[in-house]
Design a protein around this ligand. Sequence first.
Ligand code: NCD
Length: 312
Amino acid sequence: MKNNHFFDRDIVTIKDFSRADLEFVFDATDKVSSLKPKERGQLASARTLGYIFYEPSTRTRMSFEAAMASIGGSSLGIFDPRYSSIEKGETLYDTIRTMDLYSDILVLRHQMDGSSRYAAEISTHPVLNGGSGSEEHPTQAMLDLYTMKKEKKNIDGLKICILGDLKYGRTVYSLLYGLVHYNVEIYLVSPPSLRIRQESIYGLTEKLKISELTELDDELLSKIDVLYVTRIQRERFPDIQEYEKVKGAYIIDSNVLNRLKSDTSIMHPMPRIDEISKNIDLTKNAIYFKQVAYGKELRAALLALVLNESGL
Ligand code: NCD
């Protein structure tokens, strides 16, 4: 692949990437998925991914590790700060500098907005943002967009409802910043106290058709193509009593499913707590586990592009 704009780049915010860049990653993902294991296993041979997770993670860390293994590289890192020198008071600066000496590419998840940008300034190797506070989660958005493209054929023309915790959910912001390149209609549904942060979508409202709602009414449910459900981010509430007021605000169950178009796809960045009933999992509408699987493929492609100038 020519013109690999991803080589040696930090992936701190999805705002750095154009529609052409995103489509380039999607094509690379298709390519990596089609390779035979042996060929695929040469893309990152003898390269090392270093990860530092200050916050819990299941899919982001494991999919990066699985992706790196599938392209022939290895991974090492910190996934529980309690068992690292962070517990002794070591700074983020020193932790990043150390990881930079042991690896060719870094993934950071941290509770602070701006943490990945800071890490990218310290590290000599590329830094991939695996989640920074309630600010961004760019590789999640890339895999969300890839999932939409694969499952709906075209992102252009989609009517997308994003539901749940729009105030603290970082995946929502990265997704909106990515969707700005497409011709879509967005319906943002949340409790009034968890509305999207207006200052974080400043400038987006001119480019995206956005409506804000508080209810999943029939008119909305009968027209949307994608229902992107998010978890209420309990750990980010300054006051747990405020969380108690909104927990369980929306539950996607068979009652909601029956009001959707027959081909509406239900997505979720995961983890799902109680916002999607388990009996939805086996319906054809539920694509959140496919999304999990696409995450490994997209991250494998992204790692290969950042590590190799010649791309895939
Ligand atoms: C998300 C995150 O960490 O922001 N998880 C993920 O990486 N898919 C979503 C969440 O925690 O709710």
